[in-house]
Design a protein around this ligand. Structure first.
Ligand SMILES: Nc1ncnc2c1ncn2[C@@H]1O[C@H](COP(=O)(O)OP(=O)(O)OP(=O)(O)O)[C@@H](O)[C@H]1O
Ligand SMILES: [Mg+2]
Length: 345
């Protein structure tokens, strides 16, 4: 079964640290939510409060329509998985997964059937009699996932489950977790500070900073329609036009405009092209190879507002055809519909 979760006006204060400041969050049954934000913003604290490993200083937590604010973890029926594998080192992979079921006094034959099914799901049937020390990091995390799922939890809590793994293993485990989550339609909250992980895995991303929720939305909403400069800057890359310096789109104090590097069009400067508000003339100051694209830094002169340096991302194939070089004169076109505008205090 899968449940909805509700976090209502939740704050958590440790001594003098405000770890969470009036957080509100509604999570639908079956939803995959990623908590994303910089170190120390309160992600793990929120997860711990949902698990009941800690109590909120203020506010309520609901599982379905049950108020669980003062219930212990054992009454919340969740599966949990942390960054460090934390398997029992002296138990085989099989016994690690079976552990919670033995505690529940389930029949041996039923335990065996369920554990075998979980090992098939994580594709590790051949390794189930090994000790954790005889498994790779990725394999240990898969066992930890199976263990978290063994007791058929109502929801799953994952705290940076993939961050200790190398890039390749991380990618394949991402897929595996997504598939399992969708298949079981299991409400899942995953903490990460990896934006790619959040963008590719989540139904919804909750971006946090300094104990508050900055924005909550689908990956597309968060990327295409960030509601504030923090979110725009934290996810993906962005060029800000600084209002103070009087640059193109930030004429008024209290307003900031910005554009992502991949939205800017770059061409060689033609003879009869004049500068306008969306066409900037400039010179290539630097070119960085980024794998499937090049980041071109252009020192541009705006017709109204003076000098500005803009990052422009050029797909590999385009860059190869164009053969841009440092020092070359170029024109930039900034499509007006791609300009993000923020009110800033
Ligand atoms: N038990 C505690 N006692 C005192 N302060 C704490 C405690 N747990 C967390 N904090 C503080 O609360 C804030 C939020 O911590 P939290 O662990 O939730 O951050 P996080 O977003 O998970 O960061 P990271 O990405 O580094 O894991 C931090 O300033 C942290 O120092
Ligand atoms: Mg944390």
């Amino acid at each position: 079964m899968s449940v909805s979760l509700k976090i209502e006006n939740v704050s958590k204060v440790y001594d003098k640290t405000i770890a969470l400041n009036n957080v509100n969050l509604d999570i639908q049954a079956g939803e995959f939510v990623c908590l994303l934000g910089p170190s120390g913003c309160g992600k793990s604290t929120l997860l711990r409060l949902i698990a009941g490993l800690d109590r909120p200083t203020k506010g309520r937590i609901y599982i379905g329509d049950r108020d669980v604010t003062n219930l212990p973890p054992s009454r919340r029926n969740f599966g949990i998985m942390f960054q460090s594998y934390a398997l029992f080192p002296n138990l085989t992979a099989y016994e690690n997964v079976a552990y919670g079921l033995r505690n529940k006094k389930m029949r041996n034959s039923d335990i065996e059937e369920r554990v075998n099914r979980l090992f098939e799901m994580i594709r590790l049937s051949g390794a189930r009699n090994r000790l954790p020390a005889q498994l790779s990091g990725g394999e240990q995390q898969r066992v930890a996932l199976a263990r978290a799922l063994a007791t058929e939890p109502d929801f799953l809590l994952l705290d940076e489950p993939l961050s200790a793994l190398d890039a390749k293993v991380r990618l394949s485990l991402r897929k595996e977790i997504c598939n399992i989550q969708r298949e079981m339609n299991l409400t899942t909250i995953m903490v990460t500070h990896d934006q790619d992980e959040a963008l590719t895995m989540a139904d919804r991303i909750v971006v946090m900073n300094k104990a508050v929720v900055m924005q909550s939305g689908t990956p597309e909403q968060i990327y295409e329609k960030p509601e504030n400069p923090f979110v725009a800057d934290f996810i993906g890359s962005i060029n800000f036009f600084n209002a103070e310096k009087g640059t193109p789109y930030g004429e008024l104090k209290g307003k900031t405009a910005a554009v992502r590097p991949e939205k800017i069009e770059i061409t060689r400067t033609g003879k009869d092209e004049g500068s306008t508000e969306d066409i900037l003339k400039g010179m290539i100051a630097d070119i960085e190879f980024r794998g499937f694209y090049y980041r071109v830094l252009v020192q541009a002169e705006h017709v109204l507002h003076g000098e500005i340096t803009l990052a422009v991302d050029v797909p590999f194939q385009t860059a190869k055809k164009q053969k841009f070089k440092v020092g070359e004169a170029v024109s930039l076109r900034i499509p007006q519909e791609e300009v993000l505008r923020f009110e800033t205090a």
